[in-house]
Design a protein around this ligand. Structure first.
Ligand code: SF4
Length: 458
């Protein structure tokens, strides 16, 4: 099983890394991101101080997780909201199903939420004959293509304008050369009717706030605001690590998230919801549920090293800065959280054995750590996962044999004087097959170690 997953990963990585088209699209989209982020960062008088402050706040939040979650629950339920707790993905799906049965609905509008990908909600609801409409444009595009999101912030990053125009032309007979504005207008018209029709809206939340009992949703299209306020019932799905102690903490988190996520100073719509519609109010869902999902996060809290990974605010910056992600692309990871943060989280949120290979898809260059707004030591955690993989004896047998052989060879001083023809024979037989077709195999030095030493060359 593990070997099959690894083979699929390697094949997919090979295809993407050598696809000129994929490379051009990703390089273009990420270069635009880089330009915007560089401008966005200028809004901070002291960016390092802001990042450190954010890390400190998340440290405080995760160290006091049970207390803060209960504080959130107390404050939110005091105004009529309902909080449900799900230990894993299956429990979360059942809780959602029960609400949908109670509401007798067969249509759900949904805004972008990575945790719904994590619990595979769309497939589950399709099995229950419930239609789910993704209302974020990027998510809608990948839904139309029967794909999963390519990136945690930009789901359709792997497509260009022409790809999207072609998709809408095929699905809805819009002009083959439709502009982004024309496509947006078409989608908006389609969705308005569904918003009005749907009994239930499902969103995620970027933060949950303990001291006010609120959820915060940040987005650029306004669809999450409609999803959470137009249907009579709103369900927000949130990982337990999203809690912040105070509403004042948003001062630092909102600009950091928007800058590192998209290069904006502030995202266009920031919706703070603290309750279902109150008696003196005209807008908002009449019933509101927040489902707090663990799904492996407690395992991360229990490990003093990995706990730091829960500081993640899902900005996507580590993906955009990762040389491996930029080459092999988001779909290759086959995981809701790809890239460096996925390599850290997925083995613990999912099955360790099936996801352990993700930690090996890293050059450990540290670009992820440098680009993280909350200063998570991502490359060290990736290395730590590799250590766990070795401890659990999950490394492929060939690799284990190879390292044993390497350790044996390296510990033999006399082998340094092996003649070149013998080294070449050994390398050709055992190492070159692993080297890949596209790299030039290094040449061996003609002289032995002792000869070089005597000449003072080593
Ligand atoms: S680990 Fe850091 S850079 Fe990566 S998505 Fe999370 S917050 Fe952003």
């Amino acid at each position: 099983m593990q070997q099959d997953i690894l083979s699929t990963f390697l094949n997919q990585a090979d295809q993407k890394a050598f696809s000129r088209r994929h490379r051009q699209t990703i390089q273009f989209n990420i270069s635009r991101y880089d330009e915007k982020v560089a401008i966005g960062k200028q809004q901070f008088a002291d960016l390092e101080k802001a990042r450190q402050l954010a890390k400190n706040i998340k440290w405080q939040a995760i160290e006091n997780l049970p207390t803060l979650l209960l504080e959130f629950e107390r404050n939110f339920t005091a105004r009529g909201g309902k909080v449900l707790w799900a230990e894993d993905a299956a429990q979360a799906r059942i809780l959602i199903k029960n609400i949908l049965i109670e509401q007798k609905t067969d249509l759900v509008v949904k805004s972008k939420s990575m945790i719904t990908e994590e619990i595979e909600l769309n497939d589950f609801l399709a099995e229950q004959d419930i239609e789910v409409l993704e209302t974020d444009l990027g998510e809608y595009i990948v839904q139309l293509r029967n794909e999963t999101p390519y990136h945690i912030i930009t789901p359709a990053m792997h497509l260009n304008k022409a790809d999207v125009a072609e998709l809408f032309h095929q699905k809805f007979a819009t002009p083959a050369d439709a502009t982004p504005a024309q496509i947006m207008a078409f989608v908006r018209q389609q969705m308005r009717a569904k918003f009005a029709q749907a009994q239930v809206g499902i969103t995620g939340a970027n933060f949950i706030i303990a001291d006010t009992g609120s959820i915060l949703i940040t987005e650029n299209e306004g669809n999450a605001r409609l999803t959470s306020t137009l249907p009579p019932v709103h369900i927000a799905l949130v990982g337990i690590e999203k809690v912040l102690p105070s509403v004042q903490d948003l001062d630092v988190f909102l600009p950091l998230l928007s800058t590192y996520g998209t290069g904006q100073q502030l995202t266009v719509y920031n919706t703070l919801i603290s309750a279902p519609q109150q008696k003196n109010e005209k807008d908002g869902a009449q019933q509101m549920y927040v489902i707090l999902i663990d799904n492996g996060r407690s395992r991360l809290v229990a490990d003093p090293k990995l706990r730091e990974s829960l500081y993640c605010i899902r900005c996507g910056s580590c993906l955009n800065n990762c040389p491996v992600y930029k080459n092999i692309g988001g779909h290759t990871y086959d995981a809701p959280y790809p890239g460096p943060i996925g390599a850290v989280l997925m083995p613990h949120l999912g099955n360790f054995e099936e996801n352990a290979h993700l930690s090996n898809a890293s050059s450990l260059c540290g670009a992820c750590t440098e680009s993280c707004p909350v200063k998570i030591n991502l490359h060290e955690l990736i290395l730590y996962n590799r250590h766990l993989e070795t401890e659990k004896n999950l490394k492929p047998t060939d690799e284990q044999r190879m390292w044993k052989m390497w350790a044996w060879l390296s510990s033999k001083r006399w082998l340094m004087n092996t003649p070149r023809f013998a080294k070449r024979w050994f390398a050709k037989r055992y190492l070159m097959p692993l080297w890949g077709e596209r790299r030039v195999f290094p040449q061996f030095e003609g002289k032995t170690f002792n000869q070089l030493w005597k000449k003072g060359l080593v």
